[in-house]
Design a protein around this ligand. Structure first.
Ligand SMILES: [Fe+2]
Ligand SMILES: [Fe+2]
Length: 144
């Protein structure tokens, strides 16, 4: 696999399209993207199991935290897709926890699976559900 294809699969390139216009949410998304990208070097260098577990837990907590904070804002503005958001966030979290607790799966595979799910969040969910919510929040803020 070429280096650029590998990077495309395992990381996210932060760009203007991902900045949705509500600063507190954008800042969190940026931090999530940085954290996911940071994990990339764990697959490419020899890493101990403990470091992998620590990185995996840190990432799960970071996303769980973001989901809570994002939902608080969605509730505050009572956006119309907030239930859909909640459902998607919960689905993602339960998948992460399911992978994390799989006994037969090697830790490195867990880390890669978890990173892929989080990349789905950043590459798909962010541009659909989050974007929809944020457009509504921006409209509501402009009218208040
Ligand atoms: Fe989000
Ligand atoms: Fe979301």
């Amino acid at each position: 696999m070429t280096k650029s294809l590998e990077k495309y699969i395992f990381t996210i390139n932060w760009n203007d399209e991902l900045i949705l216009g509500v600063e507190e949410i954008d800042n969190q998304h940026r931090k999530l993207a940085d954290a996911v990208n940071e994990n990339y070097k764990l697959y490419t260098t020899p890493t101990s199991e403990n470091v992998l577990i620590e990185a995996m837990d840190k990432l799960i907590n970071l996303f769980a935290n973001h989901f809570d904070k994002e939902y608080e804002i969605l509730e505050k503005y009572d956006v119309s897709n907030k239930e859909e958001q909640l459902e998607d966030h919960e689905k993602i979290l339960s998948e992460l926890c399911e992978i994390r607790t799989q006994e037969s799966m090697p830790v490195l595979v867990k880390v890669i699976f978890i990173n892929q799910i989080l990349l789905y969040y950043l590459k798909e969910h962010l541009l659909k559900e989050d974007k929809e919510s944020i457009m509504e929040i921006k409209a509501k803020r402009a009218n208040s």
